[in-house]
Design a protein. Structure first.
Length: 296
């Protein structure tokens, strides 16, 4: 799997809070030729506010648009019972990769975390299974040694490390080089790749996919070494500057949805407590969309 930049897609909600499935399909189609793949119904997708049928229809729609190999279907839940049901159904829909955030709300011991993933693995043995580690959202820290033991016990295909866990990409990638470990830190793709990471799973790449994919292509061209006049390095620096400009806005679902509204994917309402950008920040978002996505 050669994907480097996956977009962690938000869920479009209508003004009344219902899932706007037509808008979701349009967003998936927009991203299909601009990103390597999608993470569907994850944190950016406000998965705790989605019922099981809504999560599955979003996964099914993404598979229909991009094919089963270009999405990671997030099926995680606070309990194995629901995660198992979602994993089984996502597998039946054809998902070739599934991800599950660690159990959350009630503290889980390492043994309980392993049991959670083993139950998912048993229920859906065909798709590649990715652990999703995000301590700030789950209250659960998974140290590198625990992650490696978990990966061995369960037979993980990879992981997404978000928040402070992203600092563990290099150590875990070195310890388990066969795994595809993605970082939720999208601020420096080149550093993630140098650390042995497979790439990034980025919420901001949902709104600015051309920028992140352009950086990925520039890094690949520079690594190829076919050109020795410095042009590729200059392109990497230019694309990284664009990413840094986007990152300077901060990171929130509200900012991603605002950028997508500017790009014509309104109303992009939210179900959860998602702060809207203030007027000055919204104006800056619009400026960046205009400068970095001039075709819109």
């Amino acid at each position: 799997m050669a994907d480097v930049v996956l977009a962690a897609v938000p869920t479009p909600f209508a003004a009344d809070g219902s899932v706007d499935l037509a808008c979701a399909r349009r967003l998936y189609e927009f991203l299909a030729d601009r990103a390597d793949g999608l993470l569907v119904a994850g944190t950016t997708g406000e998965f705790p506010a989605l019922d099981e049928d809504e999560r599955l229809v979003l996964i099914d729609t993404a598979i229909d648009v991009l094919g089963p190999d270009r999405i990671i279907a997030h099926i995680g839940a606070p309990d194995a019972y629901r995660a198992v049901r979602l994993a089984r159904e996502a597998s039946l829909l054809g998902a070739s990769r599934i991800a599950a955030i660690t159990p959350y709300y009630l503290a889980a011991s390492p043994a309980e975390v392993t049991e959670y993933y083993l139950r998912i693995r048993e229920a859906a043995p065909e798709p590649g299974l990715y652990a999703y580690i995000f301590p700030e959202r789950t209250g659960l820290t998974v140290a590198p040694q625990q992650f490696c033991e978990l990966a061995d016990a369960v037979g993980l295909a990879g992981a997404k490390f978000s928040g402070v866990a992203a600092r563990n990409v290099a150590e875990c990638a070195a310890a388990r080089p066969g795994l595809r470990i993605f970082s939720g830190d999208d601020t420096d793709l080149a550093a993630t790749l140098r650390a042995g990471g497979a790439g990034i799973i980025s919420a901001r790449a949902s709104a600015f996919p051309e920028v992140f994919s352009g950086l990925s292509a520039a890094i690949a061209a520079a690594a190829d070494g076919a050109d020795h006049d410095g042009d590729h390095d200059g392109e990497v620096a230019a694309r990284q500057a664009d990413v840094s400009a986007i990152a300077s806005l901060g990171q929130s679902i509200g900012l991603v949805k605002e950028a997508l509204r500017v790009r014509g994917f309104g109303p992009m309402a939210a179900r959860m407590a998602v702060a809207e950008p203030d007027a000055a920040t919204a104006a800056r978002v619009a400026e960046l969309v205009k400068s970095l996505a001039p075709d819109d």
